[in-house]
Design a protein. Sequence first.
Length: 232
Amino acid sequence: MLRLIHYPLCPFSRSIRLALGECGVVVELEEERPWAWRRDFLLLNPAGTLPVLMERGAFVLAGAYAISEFLAETHTKTNGEATPRNSLFPGTAAERAEVRRLVDWFHNKLDQEASRYLLEERLYQRFADLGRSTPDTDLIRAGRANLRYHLSYISHLAETRKWLAGDAFSFADLAAGAHLSVLDYLGEVPWEEFPKAKTWYSLLKSRPSFRPLLTDRLAGVPPPRFYAELDF
């Protein structure tokens, strides 16, 4: 059976959990703390990053980019029917390139400018030895300001397209949704300021693949009441 090594509030892990759900692939989940840098985990992925998808005696795939491409090539399911190409990267070559551009935007730019600041300062700092005892409020303020910039961009995409990358649902939606779901768990998304982004996210949130994420809970770190509500 496939095994996914992940952390519940890692946006990269969440994007793959969503992709697996969209592809109808059942996996065994194994939790790994991203700040721990355990030797056994580093033997699987020397980069020390999540997620890792593996099948014993067959393969070890590290990182959301590699795993999403693997799923696109090996698992084909759209509305329960086999299709020539997985729906994670739909369309023509140019349309698939746009999906990949946005995946990189969310998994690289959004992560570096907002998700990482807020996750590390609001959550990881509680458990990891970062050499200080309190969160860096300057980084938190920067993350919140940058998040608004990205929500503005998502709003623009949602207003001008059916889904973020175009007419078809894609892994770009899952990548963006994964980051926002983590930040939503922390109560950091000002949805009332970005109604277009909220409408898009509510559609994504209602998909069956999203349900397991809405049940995630960290001990001592509860989400806001509206986190699991579809009408929020």
